[in-house]
Design a protein around this ligand. Structure first.
Ligand SMILES: NC(=O)C1=CN([C@@H]2O[C@H](COP(=O)(O)OP(=O)(O)OC[C@H]3O[C@@H](n4cnc5c(N)ncnc54)[C@H](O)[C@@H]3O)[C@@H](O)[C@H]2O)[C@@H](O)CC1
Ligand SMILES: Nc1ncnc2c1ncn2[C@@H]1O[C@H](COP(=O)(O)OP(=O)(O)O)[C@@H](O)[C@H]1O
Ligand SMILES: [K+]
Length: 493
């Protein structure tokens, strides 16, 4: 599903109004959705404190307050500043027939539900004064919080906290999710997220053309590789994985195993002479090839029609490794998945990426975690105004590559600006070697014929789903088989 940034959401609002649903009606629908969620999710709270800000977020709060009172709840409203005269928020505030206390007077009661309608998409600066003090009191008091659109203090555009923010048990947002609902720390501060229909037609999306999605099978499932009955192993896709030295060759084998389990028809580990023995001792279905130098690797890749190459896991960062990466970047028609040490090598010599002749260059997928990203793109990593989506997009454009910026809220970005935020991750993936498995899955899906952006999105989701299914105590060795099961289900659907 598409994700809208706050400007796009305003545009959706405007287009809906142009299509005949007034902004006042949208506000009434939004407030009604909040009241419904309060009833359904917090049935034991007959006392409700609604905190209203000066903008439309506050307007939603006034609508919810009136409906909840009509339904028999004991509702009190507290406001920090009046709405602009003549605005929709002003109109619905005047329809509220109860008292309005000042936010400074508000004292949270742990038995009451707080509906936070102070600030939503319009938050423009850090909370201060009475707002900040009220939010601190609520957090200290520990009462349950239902946030309207966003917990106050969280940026909808980036998920960052502007100074200090409320932590909600549940957040109701409207029409489409915003980046701040899926990017940390916003994701955690939202609690359970409810997406409410407020009467905006999906047709507005044809005009807005958002380029950001929540990652999920709807984005790429039809493009998963499905070999026809007469395919042979090389036509299903041949993946090569570059091995590191004798004592660090396990990472390449994990990537190779993952590529095979994710559907590659053939997988070859390209091993420097020093690592041949440990590789030979561990590999069975996966083939093994000795490569002394970059020329030997390139010859093998060309002759054996390798469709994608994984380089980086456990690879090494010496001169030999640097010349291998430089050489791979000049191979045409073979996709490259560059992870870990390969990213460190690129960071040491940024010219390698920049000087590529783009018309002949291979497709590249870079899979940095935040540390590797900071090495390769230090200026983007240091710019605190950028969201994780912005950083991944700018990096993808600069590198002319697909970038998988990993973490609990992995972002996949393409050089043309398309991006997806992954939301099915699990902390159990934070285990050594898990990234190596991801690189192998990406390579297999590209080798099977998927375009790199779709392959990257699919791999990230499948990898995360595999992690969820294995759960506590998983090791990277468990992930390829679990990913196979996830993919098998998706392909048979
Ligand atoms: N866009 C849409 O389609 C809809 C939006 N709705 C609601 O409208 C909200 C956005 O409304 P607004 O754009 O009016 O924005 P908000 O209501 O979030 O806040 C805007 C107001 O707060 C002030 N402000 C921002 N940060 C502040 C701070 N830290 N301290 C003090 N004042 C601050 C601004 O100057 C402005 O006056 C959404 O979050 C949602 O709740 C709904 O009414 C329904 C439809
Ligand atoms: N807290 C987390 N929640 C969800 N996924 C995570 C979390 N931490 C790490 N991951 C995922 O686990 C993988 C770790 O990869 P990486 O950092 O390269 O580790 P390694 O080099 O040990 O393989 C990535 O896919 C990343 O997105
Ligand atoms: K809010």
């Amino acid at each position: 599903m598409q994700i809208l940034d706050p400007q796009e959401m305003n545009e959706a609002d405007r287009l809906a109004a142009a299509g005949g649903v007034t902004t006042l009606q949208l506000m009434r629908n939004a407030g009604a959705a909040v009241a419904r969620v309060a009833f359904e999710r917090f049935p034991d709270h007959s006392r409700i404190d609604v905190l209203c800000g000066p903008g439309n977020n506050g307007g939603d709060g006034f609508v919810a307050a009136r409906l909840l009172r009509q339904s028999g709840c004991d509702v009190r409203v507290w406001q920090n500043a009046p709405a602009r005269p003549g605005s929709d928020a002003d109109q619905v505030a005047r329809e509220w027939d109860g008292d309005v206390g000042t936010l400074a007077e508000f004292q949270p009661d742990v038995r009451a539900l707080v509906i936070d309608a102070l600030y939503g998409a319009g938050l423009s600066r850090a909370l201060a004064g009475d707002d900040l003090a009220a939010i601190q009191r609520i957090r200290q008091n520990g009462c349950r919080v239902l946030a309207v659109d966003l917990p106050s203090g969280v940026s909808g555009a980036t998920g960052a906290v502007l100074g200090y923010a409320l932590k909600a048990d549940c957040t109701v947002t409207f029409f489409r999710k915003k980046p701040g609902h899926l990017l940390y720390p916003g994701r955690e501060l939202c609690g359970a997220l409810v997406l409410a229909d407020i009467g905006i037609s999906d047709a507005v999306l044809h005009l807005i053309k958002p380029g950001l999605w929540e990652n999920g099978p709807a984005l790429w499932q039809p493009h998963l590789p499905k070999p026809n009955a007469t395919a042979h192993k090389y036509r299903r896709g041949h993946v090569a994985v570059l091995s590191g030295g004798a004592t660090s060759s396990g990472a390449a084998r994990l990537a190779a195993e993952a590529a095979a389990r994710a559907g590659a028809g053939a997988v070859t580990v390209l091993s420097p002479p020093a690592a041949l023995l440990p590789n030979a001792a561990h590999l069975t279905a996966t083939m093994l090839r000795r490569v002394e130098d970059a020329a030997a690797a390139r010859t093998f890749i060309g002759e054996r029609k390798v469709a994608s190459v994984v380089c980086g896991p456990g690879f090494g960062t010496g001169d030999w490794h640097g010349s291998m990466v430089a050489s791979l970047l000049r191979v045409n028609e073979t996709a490259l998945v560059l992870d870990a040490d390969a990213i460190t090598l690129l960071a040491r010599d940024p010219g390698l990426l920049q000087d590529r002749p783009t018309e002949a260059a291979p497709s590249i997928v870079l899979t940095p975690h935040e540390g590797e990203f900071g090495r390769l793109f230090p200026d983007l990593a240091a710019d605190t105004a950028l969201s994780k989506v912005d950083r991944a997009r700018l990096a993808a454009r600069r590198a002319q590559a697909v970038v998988i910026l990993k973490g609990p809220d992995t972002v996949v970005a393409a050089s043309d600006g398309r991006a997806a935020i992954n939301s099915n991750g699990t902390v159990w993936l934070a285990t050594a070697g898990s990234g190596d498995v991801l690189a192998g899955i990406v390579a297999a899906l590209i080798a099977g014929g998927m375009p790199p952006f779709g392959a990257a999105c699919a791999a990230v989701w499948v990898h995360a789903e595999a992690g969820r299914e294995e759960g506590f105590g998983l090791t990277a060795e468990d992930l390829p088989q679990a990913a196979r099961r996830v993919l098998a289900r998706l392909i048979s659907r």
